[in-house]
Each structure stands twice: as structure tokens, then as C-alpha cells.
Design a protein around this ligand. Structure first.
Ligand SMILES: [Zn+2]
Length: 487
């Protein structure tokens, strides 16, 4: 069924977001020259338009697994409109303050890989064969004033080249409408597989050697993308990109990976697995989770700390989709949900999801997302039960996407989610007790609706005797898929 056309390039792929850059939105205009041999970039340019308080030059100072990013910046130079040098002081490693207004500047960025493997999916690096560039840690921070774009002449020295979505640009001048959402890849030998899913393009970029083939990876990407497109009721962007790269650090053990979905680009940075079946299984798992994020949160205009929702619902929906696509067993899903409930039940003192999202201590993300997944599961069961199988969590997802995809105005994510919960009276209890409030969750009662039970020492499982109505809910959750699979 694949309409994928395959092309193998020696390339650098430049990806910009799908909103067209407008000249007046550009804050930086200049050039970046990547030097793979030195694992560095030379940046020079100017503020694209006169804006006040240009006495400061600031850089992103940290990303996941990459503290002190500012230390990578060196050889900073500033000059005024007449080309005269402007003196400055380093306020700290990521912030420079000039003695007077400056308009042009240049600096070097050290892009050697960082020790922490996680950084490979969140901060720019150049490795031996490939490089991954998150534009927001190479360019100066977006200043106040609403301009988020950049116009950049990009050069890569040596035999690393430019190609991909914007290969048609003979002048190598790339426009990025939103630096914070822009990712691109540079490399010697990256494979690019172009696909068209309905009216939207889907490009897969693969670097390195894997136990799975490029065809298997592109088939999987398309399968998952199509499934979510069906659920959400539309494409998240005109053109989405999936980037699969080996972890660039030396000696990474098997099974280590990190991923991020930024703007329209999914980045999976990973080592392989010992065996091919595991390799395929894990790729599917990585893609199921990350591709979901193309829609939520990246495809909607929602703000604020509502990650309990989009991470929790991503975890749940990717499990459910895994069962639906026969990639994982129904029992595996129950097992994961059971463990998530265990985490949720252990919270003391109990806090609402909104409260837990607001003031979070270090390392509490796993717990918060597990609790979000529990909320998603219970929401699904309640909707299925009350609607006799007609409604489900997918309705919540598609309504949220339809109401808040661009050009919808930005609004607060938690408010939008709660408003949607408010339209379904049967969800009142979950919203009041679990999301807004901190009462213990009515777990046993709700799982019972689906013919499930859980006792101490016995994991979540289907009751020996279930009613027709319970069986119908179980089948909607994927129970039948699993039975068909084992047959
Ligand atoms: Zn996630």
C-alpha cells in the first residue's frame, strides 16, 4: 500500500517549518558554516531589523542532558552599523553585554558531542558521519518583539552536503519561520525516503546501519502516521520529517535511545538492539510515541504546563495503537497500565495533576506522565461504557486537534483540556478528582466497567466471566486483536 518513492542522497537535509517565513518576522540574517572536521560552526550575521535594547547577545544555556551550552560559544565579536568594533563583557557563558548598541556579530560554536547520551536528541552536535542541528542553540536567542525567524546562508565544508526538503535552493539561503521549531541534519551519507500520505508529505531520513531495513522503517513510519492521522482527523503539518540517527557518542551500549519531536520533525537518536525482532519492536515503540507528538502538542496552539496530558495521552494512545497494529499484546498493555496505576496510587501526599504539573521537582516527570496515562485509560473506559462503544478517547483527541490547530489563537492547554472534559458529563468525576482535585482515583470501579480486575499480587487482567457489554469495551481496547494475534 506504500506510495513511498525512495531516493538515496548524499546529503544535508534542511528542514524548516511549514508556515511560510515572512520577511518581517526574521530577527537574524547571516550565515552559518559547518565544519564537520572541527565539529564546529562559524556564525556571522546581523539583527535583521532595528530593535531596541540590542546591547545584549544571549544563547540557550541548557537542554536535556546538555548543561552549560553557553560554554560552547567562543570568539565573539560585535560591531556597529558603521562596522566599528563594539566592546562587550561576558555576563556569563551564555550572555554578553555590549558597551553600546551593536548591529552585527560573529562567533564560533563548538559542536562536539556531549558526554550525556540524552543530549543527542535535544542539543546540536556534529559526529563522525552525521550532525544534528537544533537551530535554537546555534543562533542567538530569539529577542523580545515577536520575531522568530531567520534567513541563513548555510554552508557545510568538506564532502558533507545540503539536500532534502529544500534542495531546490541553489543559493543555499534558507528561511526558517521559527528558529525554536527548526531542526536539520547534516551528513555524508544519509538516506532519504520521500513519502506522500494523502495531501501531506512525510520524509524519513536515516543515518547509520541498523538491523532493520530502510524499507521496514519507512513502512512503519507510514503505518503509524496513517493511524494517527485517522484518529486526529487530519495531517499535523504539510510536511513532517522523521529522523533516525545512531547515537553519536562512542561506545554507547545497546538499547539506549532518546527522542524529541520539535516542530514538524521527529528525532530519534538511538543505539541498536541485539536482535532484529527487538530492533523492529523498539523502533515501532519509539515512533508510536514520538509521531503522536506531531499532533499533540506540536500541531496545536496550546500553551502552559499541560504535559501531564499530552505525555500521558501519548503513552496511552501509543500502547493502544501498538495493540491495534498487532505490535504488542493486550496483556502487555494491561501490564503497563497496572504499573502506572501503582505509581499513581503511591503518591503521598496526593496532588492533582494540575498541581503536580505546576510545581514539579526534579525527576518527577515519569511519575506525572504515568498518572497522565492512567487518566487517559480511565477516560477511555468511561467514554466507551457510557456511549456503548460509540465514543472513546480518540474523540477527545480529534476534538482538541480540530479546535486548536493553527490558525487557532494560542490558549492555555489545561483550560482547553478541561473545557473538553466539561462537554462530557460522564468525565466530570475524573476531571474533578484526578485532574483538578486530589481524591484517590476510583480505579476498581472504572476498570470493572471494562470487565477488568486487579487484586494485590495479581496484575490487571480480564475477569473470568464478563458480560456482553464488557466484552464490547474490551474489544474496543484491542482485546480481540490480541486474541487474533495469538491464534
Ligand atoms: Zn513524549
Amino acid at each position: 500500500m506504500s506510495t513511498m518513492g525512495k531516493a538515496i542522497f548524499i546529503l544535508l537535509l534542511a528542514v524548516s517549518i511549514h508556515f511560510e517565513a515572512r520577511a518581517q518576522e526574521v530577527y537574524f540574517e547571516g550565515s552559518i558554516t559547518f565544519d564537520p572536521g572541527r565539529q564546529a560552526a562559524a556564525v556571522s550575521g546581523k539583527w535583521a531589523s532595528p530593535v531596541d535594547s540590542r546591547r545584549g547577545l544571549s544563547f540557550l544555556n541548557s537542554a536535556v542532558g546538555a548543561p552549560n551550552l553557553g560554554r560552547r560559544i567562543s570568539e565573539v565579536k560585535m560591531s556597529d552599523a558603521a562596522g566599528e568594533p563594539v566592546a562587550f563583557k561576558a555576563f556569563n557563558a551564555a550572555e554578553y553585554v555590549a558597551e553600546r548598541e551593536f548591529s552585527a556579530f560573529s562567533y564560533l560554536v563548538d559542536l562536539r558531542t556531549q558526554a550525556d547520551n540524552r543530549s543527542a536528541a535535544h542539543a546540536s552536535w556534529i559526529g563522525a558521519e552525521t550532525g544534528l542541528i537544533f537551530l535554537d542553540d546555534v543562533l542567538p536567542l530569539v529577542p523580545d518583539g515577536g520575531k522568530t525567524g531567520a534567513r541563513i546562508l548555510i554552508t557545510v565544508s568538506g564532502d558533507w552536503k545540503l539536500a532534502g526538503a529544500q534542495t531546490s535552493r541553489p543559493d543555499r539561503v534558507y528561511e526558517f519561520a521559527n528558529v525554536g521549531r527548526s531542526v536539520f541534519v547534516i551528513g555524508k551519507e544519509l538516506r532519504q525516503i520521500e513519502g506522500q500520505r494523502g495531501n501531506a508529505a512525510l520524509t524519513l531520513i536515516v543515518g547509520g546501519q541498523w538491523l532493520f531495513t530502510d524499507t521496514e522503517a519507512s513502512g512503519m513510519t507510514a503505518e503509524i502516521y496513517d493511524e494517527y492521522k485517522k484518529i486526529f482527523g487530519g495531517a499535523p503539518t504539510d510536511h513532517a520529517y522523521i529522523v533516525l540517527l545512531p547515537m553519536p557518542q562512542a561506545g554507547v551500549s545497546k538499547g539506549v535511545w532518546e527522542a524529541e519531536t520539535r516542530g514538524p520533525t521527529v528525532v530519534v537518536s538511538s543505539s541498536d538492539m541485539p536482535f532484529k525482532t527487538q530492533s523492529l519492536q523498539r523502533l515501532h515503540e519509539q515512533l508510536r510515541h514520538e509521531i503522536f507528538h506531531l499532533w499533540l502538542p506540536n500541531g496545536v496552539n496550546l500553551t502552559g504546563p499541560y504535559d501531564w496530558f499530552y505525555e500521558g495521552f501519548a503513552l496511552y494512545e501509543s500502547l493502544k495503537t501498538g495493540v491495534a497494529l498487532n505490535r504488542i499484546r493486550f496483556d502487555d498493555m494491561l501490564d503497563t497500565l497496572s504499573r502506572a496505576h501503582g505509581l499513581d496510587a503511591a503518591i503521598a501526599p496526593r496532588r492533582s495533576l494540575l498541581e503536580a504539573s505546576r510545581d514539579r521537582w526534579n525527576g518527577a516527570d515519569t511519575q506525572l506522565y504515568a498518572r497522565g496515562m492512567v487518566a487517559a485509560f480511565l477516560t477511555d473506559v468511561v467514554l466507551l461504557e457510557r456511549s456503548k462503544g460509540k465514543d472513546s478517547i480518540e474523540a477527545i483527541l480529534s476534538k482538541l486537534f480540530a479546535a486548536h490547530r493553527p490558525p487557532a489563537r494560542p490558549i492555555e492547554g489545561n483550560a482547553a483540556v478541561l473545557e473538553l472534559f466539561g462537554t462530557a458529563p460522564e468525565l466530570g468525576e475524573i476531571a474533578a478528582n484526578h485532574i483538578r482535585g486530589a481524591k484517590p482515583i476510583a480505579w476498581d470501579g472504572i476498570i470493572g466497567l471494562a470487565g477488568l480486575e486487579e487484586a494485590s499480587g495479581v496484575p490487571l487482567r480480564v475477569k473470568p466471566k464478563i458480560s456482553g457489554r464488557q466484552k464490547a469495551i474490551l474489544n474496543k481496547l484491542g482485546y480481540n486483536n490480541w486474541r487474533n494475534l495469538t491464534r
